[in-house]
Design a protein around this ligand. Structure first.
Ligand code: SAM
Length: 290
C-alpha cells in the first residue's frame, strides 16, 4: 500500500537509512497525499500504461504509480537512494529502478523495449535544476510520448503555458507549445515538500499534439529564429536576427521576410506567435536558406 506520502513515514525511512538530502540533485520529497493523488489522477494513469518516473527519491510517488500503472521504470541518479527504493518498493513487481542520469538514458529504447514502441506517459516531481533539458530532451529525441505530467517551479510552468504579451513568454513557451498542449493543473506550496523549496511549484500536464499545430518546412531553422529573437528580446526582430551568430541573413532578406508575413519592421520577436515564427521560417526556406 502506498504510504510514504504521510510525513511520519517519510521521516521514519530517512532516519532508518540515515539519508542526507543532496541539494545538487534538487531533492525535495513530496509529503502530501492529496498532491500525490492529484498528480496521478491528472496524469490519467491506468493499468494500460507504461510510465517513466524521473527521480523517484525514496519512492513516494513510485508507490502510487505502481498501484495505478501497468508497469513503471524509475530513473534515479543518487546511488544512496537505491537500497531505500529496494525496500520501499519491495511489495511491487511491476517496477524497475534504473540508477542513472536521466539525461543519459535512451528513453526511446526503453519505450521500445518495455512498451513495444507505443506512446508512454512520463510522471515526475522533477529536479528543478534540469527541468528544461529533461523536457526538451523528451520532445526532441523522438521518444513516443502521450503526455508528461510533472511538478516544476511555478515560474517555469507559467513560462511553458503563456503566449505573446506576457513577460514570461519565451523560447521555452514556443518549444513546448510546438510539441504539446500545456495545462497547469495544480499549484503546490512549499510546505508539501521535505525539505521545503524556496520557490512555489506547479503541476503541469503536457499532452503531445497528434499533428503539429503549425506548418513549417524546416523546424530547426524555426527554432534558431526563435532563439535569436529571445536572446536579444529588447531588440527589434530585424536586429535580433541580424546579430545572431548562427544565422547568416542580410538585413534586406530579413526585412523582406518580415514584410512578407505582414509585420512592421519595428516589431520585436517577443510579439510573434508560434504561427508567425513558422511563417517567417517558411519565408527564409523559400529564399533557399536552411
Ligand atoms: N519523486 C520524489 C518525490 O516526489 O518525493 C523525489 C523528487 S525530487 C524533487 C527529484 C529527484 O530527482 C531526486 O530523487 C533526485 O535525486 C533525482 N535526480 C536529480 N537529478 C537527476 C538526474 N539527472 N537523473 C535522475 N534523477 C535525478
Amino acid at each position: 500500500m502506498a504510504y510514504l506520502g504521510e510525513p511520519q513515514h517519510t521521516i521514519a525511512v530517512l532516519q532508518k537509512y540515515n539519508f542526507h538530502f543532496q541539494k545538487k540533485f534538487g531533492q525535495n520529497f513530496l509529503i502530501d497525499t492529496h498532491v500525490l493523488e492529484r498528480i496521478i489522477s491528472e496524469a490519467g494513469v491506468t493499468k494500460d500504461d507504461f510510465v517513466v518516473e524521473i527521480g523517484p527519491g525514496i519512492g513516494t510517488m513510485t508507490q502510487y504509480l505502481c498501484e495505478s500503472a501497468g508497469s513503471v521504470a524509475a530513473v534515479e541518479i543518487d546511488k544512496n537512494l537505491i537500497p531505500i527504493l529496494q525496500d520501499t518498493l519491495s511489495e511491487y513487481d511491476n517496477v524497475e529502478v534504473i540508477n542513472d542520469d536521466i539525461l543519459k538514458v535512451d528513453i526511446a529504447a526503453l519505450a521500445q523495449e518495455k512498451n513495444g514502441g507505443r506512446p508512454i506517459k512520463v510522471v515526475a516531481n522533477l529536479p528543478y535544476y534540469i527541468t528544461t533539458p529533461i523536457i526538451m530532451g523528451l520532445f526532441e529525441s523522438h521518444v513516443p510520448i502521450e503526455s508528461i505530467t510533472v511538478m516544476v517551479q511555478k515560474e517555469v510552468a507559467d513560462r511553458m503555458q503563456c503566449g505573446p504579451g506576457s513577460k514570461d513568454y519565451g523560447a521555452l513557451s514556443l518549444a513546448v507549445q510546438f510539441y504539446a498542449k500545456p495545462e497547469i493543473v495544480a499549484n503546490v506550496p512549499p510546505n508539501c515538500f521535505m525539505p521545503r523549496p524556496n520557490v512555489g511549484s506547479a503541476v503541469i500536464r503536457l499532452t503531445r499534439h497528434k499533428n503539429p499545430p503549425v506548418c513549417v518546412a524546416d523546424e530547426k531553422l524555426m527554432f534558431r529564429l526563435i532563439r535569436a529573437s529571445f536572446n536579444q528580446r529588447r531588440k527589434t526582430l530585424v536586429n535580433g536576427l541580424k546579430n545572431a551568430s548562427d544565422l547568416s541573413f542580410t538585413k534586406e532578406q530579413i526585412e523582406t521576410a518580415i514584410e512578407a508575413i505582414g509585420q512592421p519592421l519595428t516589431i520585436r520577436g517577443e510579439a510573434l506567435t508560434l504561427e508567425q515564427f513558422a511563417q517567417l521560417a517558411n519565408e527564409f526556406s523559400n529564399m533557399g536558406h536552411s
